[in-house]
Write a protein that binds this ligand. Structure first.
Ligand code: SF4
Length: 355
């Protein structure tokens, strides 16, 4: 049996030779017939660095909507008329309650997010208080803050308060950035990721696919994330909210999304590749296949949209033979049983068939 180009690429990456931009493009542009070769090869890298574990993250939207920035893809942006929840800051008890629900559901990392250009020092203190309270009750939790652009000293204060990681996505390639937002620059975003890193926070930065970028720009964004040293890379797939400039943009297919995740795995083999917003909508029945290359998901809901049921997320993980990172080893159970639903429609009945 001859090994595929992708298998050889995986061997080369495992031998310590980083993937090139041409390699990444080849993965992204693989023919649909080659998808299983791509997945099998990328899965070797995933297994090497993350075994059969899946990291489960939980989002708490501390402050929703009402943002003065104009990120075109965002339902919370200035000018968006998307019918989403809008509220000001949760208080500490509410944040604790939400975080506890995520932890009870199986998450090990809580991502505390607020809309807006960036926090004031008072906002940072507010979040510091929440983090102290959550960590006092749940010392094992990892906390990632995502509060927008940081000013000098704010990353250090968050670190001191017990925050473990800071998320700020670059979202897209530098060469495409001005097409998607005009109220801040690509350099502003990179600066915040670097501030977080310098303060000792684990940098979390990722992208959104489906914003009208070219294949080359997706490659450009991923290599920028590699150069930035992002420890975790959320890969979002555009959710085209009605009432935003991208409301009618549907550029993605399930197979394309798997190739994007596989490309991320080849370029950043030992980094956390997180399937983020748009997972259910765009990967659809390929969510399980995507877990063969990505090693992290959000449990349950997103910031302004609902995900599939949290129990379905955990079932997805279990059904594909993965385990939740940090969870107690599962005691093997008897196989789940289901009662067959007896057919009472179609042939032999007067009820319309299921077709
Ligand atoms: S992505 Fe963040 S900064 Fe941009 S509009 Fe949405 S909430 Fe505001």
């Amino acid at each position: 049996m001859t090994s595929s180009f992708f298998d050889q690429l995986a061997s080369s990456v495992l031998d310590g030779k980083p993937a090139t931009e041409d390699d990444a493009l080849a993965v992204l542009q693989a023919h649909d017939d080659e998808l299983m070769d791509v997945v099998a090869a990328a899965a070797r890298l995933r297994r090497e660095h993350f075994g059969n574990t899946v990291k489960v993250n939980y989002l708490v939207n501390l402050k929703s909507g009402l943002c003065p920035e104009n990120c075109n893809y965002c339902s919370q942006a200035l000018g968006s008329s998307a019918d989403i929840l809008k509220y000001k800051w949760l208080n500490t008890d509410e944040a604790l309650e939400q975080a506890a629900a995520g932890l009870k559901g199986g998450a090990t990392r809580v991502c505390m997010v607020s809309s807006g250009r960036g926090p004031t020092n008072k906002d940072v203190e507010r979040v510091a208080d929440m983090v102290g309270t959550i960590k006092a009750e749940h010392p094992e939790v990892e906390i990632c803050a995502c509060l927008g652009l940081l000013k000098d000293g704010q990353a250090e204060r968050l670190r001191e308060a017990g925050v473990d990681a800071y998320n700020h996505n670059i979202n897209t390639a530098e060469s495409h950035h001005e097409q998607i937002v005009q109220t801040h620059t690509y350099a502003d975003r990179v600066d915040t990721v670097q501030k977080a890193k310098t303060a000792g926070l684990s940098p979390c930065s990722g992208l959104i696919a489906g914003l009208g970028e070219t294949d080359e720009q997706l490659v450009e964004a991923l290599f920028a994330l590699r150069d930035l040293g992002s420890d975790s890379i959320p890969v979002n797939f555009l959710m085209p909210f009605d009432g935003t400039p991208y409301e009618n943009v549907w550029d993605l297919t399930p197979m394309r999304c798997v190739k994007i995740l596989a490309m991320a795995r080849f370029v950043c083999p030992d980094k956390e590749i997180r399937i983020a917003g748009g997972r259910e909508m765009h990967l659809r029945t390929l969510q399980g296949l995507a877990l063969q290359v990505a090693n992290s998901i959000f449990l349950g809901d997103y910031l302004t949209s609902e995900g599939q049921a949290a129990e379905a997320d955990l079932e997805l993980i279990r059904d594909h033979g993965f385990t939740v990172l940090g969870a107690a080893p599962e005691v093997p159970e008897a196989p789940q049983t289901y009662d067959p639903a007896k057919r009472r429609r179609g042939a032999g009945t007067a009820v319309a068939p299921n077709a």
